[in-house]
Design a protein around this ligand. Sequence first.
Ligand SMILES: [Zn+2]
Ligand SMILES: [Zn+2]
Length: 306
Amino acid sequence: MTETQRILIQVRELLQSFETSVESVSVREKVTALVPAFDAIRELGKSLIPNGLSLSARDRLLAYFLLYPRCVLREKELAIVAGISEWARRVRELRVQHGWRIVTGVTVGQMIAVGDLEDLGIGDASLSVNDYMLADNNQDRDAAYRWNIANEIRRGSQGGQDKILKYLRANLGKPVSGEELSYVAQSSEWARRVRELRTEQGWPISTKMSGNPSLPVGVYVLERDRQAPSHDRRIPDGVRRQVLQRDGYACRNCGWSHDMWNASDPRFLELHHVIHHAHGGLNESDNLVTYCNVCHDELHKREKSG
Ligand SMILES: [Zn+2]
Ligand SMILES: [Zn+2]
């Protein structure tokens, strides 16, 4: 007999004995009579995870997330698997201290609201407020270290947007999660602020939707510590995506693409106006070409000198 079957029998017996207490007039007697069955059902939930009864709540949650990566999991499921009322705190520990990329419906909703996440790539864009998803089944080993940086920046006196930029710059070239940015900024408007940094201030911040389709859902990367030239800002996201897609997410001059990224030569992709914006060139796809920042710089230098 499996552990689950054994507990199930116990639950049935406890519910049977509860039936006799239901006749009681005392509310308190009925409530206390239900306690053992309630506890047994919790044990039943824990036993559903392989070896679940010998694991901690946190490890049961992790085991469940790893069984169903990139699936939307409802909070009641997590409560059952964890078997404790403080399960949400354990999920947070997995995310923050242990670096598992668990995105919450709240964060995803905030990203969708500013247009940074249209296609979740999971065939289901309905990650609602109380849902969770493990976006990537590789553990991010630097998470605990980053957490210290996040706390330090969060305590500063700057505005939310400056804190976000500071945090991204401290993690140059590395993926950070929307959860982290939201925490650092202490604002539900964090996703909008990130978007402004990218579109209005020209910081090369990539997401799955804007610039780098190989990134997991809910992740941002500041690709280089430099703002794009002002003539290349304000290209609508839809157009940007269209051009990048058309050019195969690679530099049209040298062929550089994100899978060639390395820390000693941290390139990123920019869009160049064939007819310059200042000369009436439009922000439309047939006036835009994808270049890596190195080729883009060279092109402008040549134009200046020639
Ligand atoms: Zn290039
Ligand atoms: Zn240009």
